[in-house]
Design a protein around this ligand. Sequence first.
Ligand SMILES: Nc1ncnc2c1ncn2[C@@H]1O[C@H](COP(=O)(O)OP(=O)(O)OP(=O)(O)O)[C@@H](O)[C@H]1O
Ligand SMILES: [Mg+2]
Length: 293
Amino acid sequence: MHPIIELQDVRFRYPRANHDALRGVSFSVPPGAFLGITGPTGAGKTTLCHCLNGLVPHHTGGELLGMVAIDGMDAPTFSPAELARTVGSVFQDPDGQLVAETVEEEIVFGMENMGLTRSEMEERLVEVLALVGLESQRYEQNRILSGGQKQRLAIAAALAMAPKILVLDEPTSELDPKGTHDVYQALKMLSRRGITILIVDHKVQVMAEYVHDMLVIAGGEIVAHGPTHQVLRQDLSQYGVANPAVSKFGRQLIARNLWLGDVPVTMEEGLGVLEALRGQTASGMGQQGMNGG
Ligand SMILES: Nc1ncnc2c1ncn2[C@@H]1O[C@H](COP(=O)(O)OP(=O)(O)OP(=O)(O)O)[C@@H](O)[C@H]1O
Ligand SMILES: [Mg+2]
């Protein structure tokens, strides 16, 4: 399948900066991927997101070298407004990105310049509210929503433009654990509908519960990229990223020859390992008992 996103040797330096923010980034993303992006502060994650939605180089200035292809388009030659029809963006600050008074107005706002009929807009409005679980908030004021609801509203507003790709830059950083899971849960639903999702997050444990692939960026370079299990087989602390506790524990079991299977990445898989080990211990004890007798 043709990749929906393809970067080749992308280099970028902000105006007046003395080092490159991206230093030869190459990767591709197949349609329908659910990709988690992580890396330490200053790694280049936001810069990478901005290469996809056109803010780099159109708003930032600076020269973007290499290739950024999105859905067959040479991205840097399109404005952020043009790219927004293909790439929906959700940012870190729940308040900063909402522009309207009410939930309904927020979602309609983005659609207004798309030349849709009233009934098409209504249809999309109802659909995206259901997708992010905000049906009953349709007539609410934005300001009374919780942080998690605001982020789901931002996702819904982006979705109303029917983008093929959704790029989220730390959408959960200001949310509590419940708000964080609600956002990921909404993304899981969208992923099932075939939307390509790229989410930047420092919360690797939560990320690993949901995403299918991970990309780790450090110092403007990709240091790991692949299926979640493959990426989490290595110790991410070498890149300045916290490991999910489950995988860290799993790797310790493997290092001590206590577990011969793959590294667990979700809580469910971690529990599966413990259950399998209990089974071994129980049969081992049974064996001992028989030998002893
Ligand atoms: N507007 C800017 N002008 C100059 N340099 C910038 C600008 N924005 C970011 N940088 C630099 O580019 C590099 C990458 O920054 P970026 O914001 O992409 O990192 P990040 O991985 O998103 O970090 P964080 O986890 O803190 O959000 C850093 O060295 C940063 O200082
Ligand atoms: Mg950032």
